[in-house]
Design a protein around this ligand. Structure first.
Ligand SMILES: [Zn+2]
Length: 242
């Protein structure tokens, strides 16, 4: 198994780790800061760095995906050198990209809160542009959504997490907004991401992704387009400035 440090600290940019296995399909470490692609959020990119003899070696990580038995596979860029099993490496994120993904991901939670009651049927998070699909007949305008998003970001709401049991989640199916992505489960517990104060959160839903600590960190986010994708399906596009 790979200890997934991003689950407890989304702001960890690098870590020391030991190589458990390495091949063209990917490098498995005993611990990592790399988020493995899933739940609409892309896998992280970055570098594995180590010394071999006298020389410094570097493997660019093109993507991180889920491997077998709770591992994360760090996919090497084409032609990159691989560290040997047992080697000690530093795993370092392309932090600028990851932080944008965190800002985007948190924005999508805010967007969800503005369209209550509508199921989310799909979505994709990108560093420049993201989208969410809602099961919704009459969407609000992009201007209305952009204004409300700006207000929620400016309110600088805290972003936190809490855990509930799978049984509690099953008793509150309304907590699950995403119809296409099953919330992360394990050991009978489900992680909920909460934005805003505990008694009256702006958004509360199961999620295994990485988020910023406060909505003020999101910056300027704009809804640029709404598209009809079928009778009930409305696709909303978000763009992050800077
Ligand atoms: Zn999330």
């Amino acid at each position: 198994m790979t200890e997934m440090l991003f689950r407890t600290d989304a702001y960890a940019r690098d870590c020391r780790a030991k190589v458990l296995s390495a091949g063209p399909e990917g490098v498995v470490l005993d611990r990592t800061v790399f988020y493995a692609q899933g739940g609409g959020q892309p896998g992280d990119t970055g570098w594995l760095r180590w010394t071999e003899g006298e020389g410094a070696q570097e493997m660019p990580v093109a993507n991180a995906v889920k491997g077998e038995n709770g591992t994360v596979l760090h996919k090497p860029a084409e032609g990159a050198p691989l560290p040997a099993p047992g080697a000690e490496v530093t795993a370092a994120l392309d932090w600028e990209r990851r932080h944008r993904l965190m800002r985007m991901h948190t924005s999508l939670h805010l967007l969800c809160s503005l369209i209550p009651g509508a199921g989310v049927t799909g979505g994709q998070i990108g560093a420049e542009r993201s989208r969410l699909d809602f099961d919704l007949a009459e969407p609000p305008t992009k201007e209305w959504l952009s204004e409300r998003l700006a207000a929620l970001a400016a309110a600088d709401h805290p972003v936190g997490e809490q855990w509930i049991t799978e049984a509690e989640l099953d008793e509150n199916p309304g907590l699950v907004r995403t119809l296409s992505v099953k919330p992360p489960r394990g050991a009978g517990q489900v992680r909920l991401v909460r934005i805003g104060p505990d008694p009256a959160p702006v958004d509360l839903q199961p999620c295994g992704g990485t988020h910023v600590r406060r909505t003020g960190e999101i910056g300027t986010i704009t809804v640029t387009k709404l598209e009809n994708k079928g009778k009930q399906n409305r696709r909303v596009y978000l763009v992050l400035e800077e």
